[in-house]
Structure formats: C-alpha cells, structure tokens
Design a protein around this ligand. Structure first.
Ligand code: ATP
Length: 332
C-alpha cells in the first residue's frame, strides 16, 4: 500500500542552515509516527513540509501517492495542531471548532452539530459556549484537537501538542491521544523532543539530529538496538561503551550500548570481571540510580527498590548478560 507520507531525498535549506538534509522517510497509513530529536534538529520543518507551509529545496514529497509540490496547504487533506493551540480568543469553543467548516461554506446548523460531535470525541461535550480563556490548558488542547479533527483530515500533524501541560495532565493526554488515534485510524505525525513521550505513544519513531534522520524503528528497536552513539545517548539514558570495553567483554572491537537496568551489582569477587566503585547514588522511588566508575569508565546503573543498594564509595563488581551489550553497527 502506498504510504500516507513519503519523503524522497528531501532537503530544506535556509541560506546556509540545513534545517532538513536529504531525508528519506515513509509514514504508513494509520500509523502513529513520532519525530524525535533535540531542539533545532529539523522536526518542525518536516511537519511544515508535509502541511505545505514550507517547500523543499530539493527532493520530492508524496501524500497518499500524490505529488505534494504545488498543492496548497488547504488542499492537502492534512491538519496541524500547534503547540500554542492558536485558538481565536474572541470566538467561543464551538465556533473555534467549527471554524474550518465555516471557511468551507458549511451552514450554521450543520456546523454546530459537527462541532458538538467533535467536542464529544475529545470529551468536552457541553463546553461549546465557553471562551478559550475560560478553559484549562488541557481543555484548550482538546479544543485545538477537535478543531483539527472536524475537517476529517487523513493525516494529523501534531507539533509538541502537550508541551505546555504539566506532567500529570501530559501523561493523561498521552493516553487519550493514543486511544483517539486508534479509534479514528487517522495517520498521526507527532513532533516531540521528549523521548519517553515518543517511545510510549508511537508505533514508530524517527530520531533526528542536525536535519538528518539517524534511525527509524519501533520504540523497542530504537531503545534496545540504537545504531549510533547519538541515538543511544538521546533515547533514554543508555551507557555508551567504547571499543576497549566491548572487546574485553565479548571479543569484538566496536562501540556498544548498555542499558542502566541491564547492569547487576555483584559483590567484588563475582561479576564479569569489571570492577567498579560507586560514585553517587540517587533514590528515584521505584529504583535507585547509581553512577559508577568502572576502571575509568563512567556508567549508570539502576537498582530496583527492595534489593540491596551499595553505599557511595563501596567497591563492587558489575554483572550483566553479554546479550544485553548491544553492538552499534552504525558507529565507526
Ligand atoms: P524545536 O524542537 O526547537 O522546535 P526543531 O527540531 O523543530 O526544533 P526546526 O524548527 O525544524 O527544528 O529548525 C531546524 C533548523 O532550521 C534550526 O536551526 C532553525 O533555526 C532553522 N530554521 C527553521 N526555520 C527557519 C527559517 N524560516 N529561517 C531560517 N532558519 C530556519
């Protein structure tokens, strides 16, 4: 099946800034796709290229198999939910939601009926008469979502839509968004710089850095088998381990990554022969995070609560299943 969105060697340069640099990407129909990367890595520019607010400097974009170049934003069957929601403060919630229909000349009665349905979908039934200023941040976010969904887009673009919310509400909205996407079956393209958010919500994640896609994969692939030091570092707090260490453990000379939760703390006489000293310890509730000096290499390990946690300064030996040491093939 043709993908919902296909980037073929897409670049978008602003003068000397390569905001997006030769990106190839296929986003499947009905997929929840996350674009993850640090600030300035080109995620928003990619979203704007899909929406049609930006034109590529080079390359080709297809949306549902059709060339996107030259097609204006309003004819792309794509809608965007912006981080700041961009609601009209002088219109009530129902009129905000129905705005896209009004522009298209849909009559008032039908508009209000569809707005009520869209508000119902985002669990805001009965809020139509309020002004945006009379809503909480989470409710405004839902209004922005309803306003995009009323247009029945085939692709919904979400640019850090939960960025303005506090942690608890953010987590609640993550679950709601995910459930809504499954229910509607619309392709969601979600931009975030929050690894946890991308991993927990997306079917697949593209990790961006400096305008390039470093890796595309399922959350499990990205988390457990990062191809490079950048991905290992950025996605979760993995330990990046140098070729010397990897060679000692498994005989192969390559960069590796080792998840903090994969490291076992053994008494000094046991373990894989890697001795370490505890440099610091921080209690996280469900686990304790230790920073270790393993013969000159700084490593993070998490020890689940309920097990014995060594003291700062104590000498320990590190144990781990050799399979837990992931070799990063993409790293020279
Ligand atoms: P953030 O998470 O901070 O929103 P991002 O990954 O979405 O970042 P982009 O907004 O796509 O990154 O920007 C990528 C690069 O392109 C940045 O260096 C940015 O300064 C630059 N850039 C984006 N838009 C323009 C523009 N209109 N003119 C000049 N440079 C731009």
């Amino acid at each position: 099946m043709t993908p919902a969105v296909s980037f073929q060697a897409i670049s978008r340069h602003f003068g000397r800034v390569k905001a997006v640099d030769r990106v190839d990407l296929d986003i499947a129909r009905g997929e929840f796709f996350a674009m993850l990367g640090p600030s300035g890595s080109g995620k928003t520019t990619c979203l704007r290229l899909i929406a049609g607010f930006e034109q590529p400097t080079a390359g080709h974009i297809e949306i549902f198999g059709e060339t996107a170049e030259g097609v204006p934003p309003y004819r792309r069957n794509v809608n965007t939910v912006f981080q700041d929601y961009a609601l009209f403060p002088h219109l009530n919630v129902a009129d905000n939601v129905a705005y896209g229909l009004m522009v298209r000349g849909v009559g008032r009665r039908q508009r209000m009926q569809r707005a009520a349905e869209a508000l119902d979908l985002v669990q805001l039934a009965g809020y139509g008469e309020r002004r945006p200023g009379q809503l909480s941040g989470g409710q405004r976010q839902r209004v922005a979502l309803a306003r995009a969904l009323i247009n029945e887009p085939k692709v919904l673009l979400l640019d850090e839509p939960l960025g303005a919310l506090d942690l608890k509400l953010r987590e609640q909205m993550q679950e709601e968004l995910k459930a809504l996407q499954k229910k509607l079956g619309i392709t969601f393209v979600f931009v975030t710089h929050d690894q946890g958010e991308a991993l927990s919500m997306a079917d697949r994640v593209a990790v961006f850095n400096e305008g390039r896609v470093m890796q595309v994969g399922t959350p499990q692939e990205i988390y457990q088998r990062p191809v490079s030091r950048f991905v290992a570092d950025f996605v979760g707090s993995s330990n990046v381990v140098p070729p010397d260490f990897v060679e000692r453990v498994c005989g192969k000379r390559a960069w590796g990554s080792l998840r903090p939760e994969a490291i076992r703390i053994d008494p000094p006489e046991r373990g894989t022969g890697v001795n370490a000293q505890v440099l610091s310890s921080s209690y996280l509730g469900a686990a304790t995070r230790l920073t270790l000096d393993a013969e000159g290499l700084r490593l993070q390990a998490t020890v689940p609560s309920g097990t014995t946690v060594p003291q700062v300064g104590e000498a320990v030996a590190l144990g781990f299943d050799p399979d837990a040491l992931h070799i990063m093939e993409g790293e020279a």
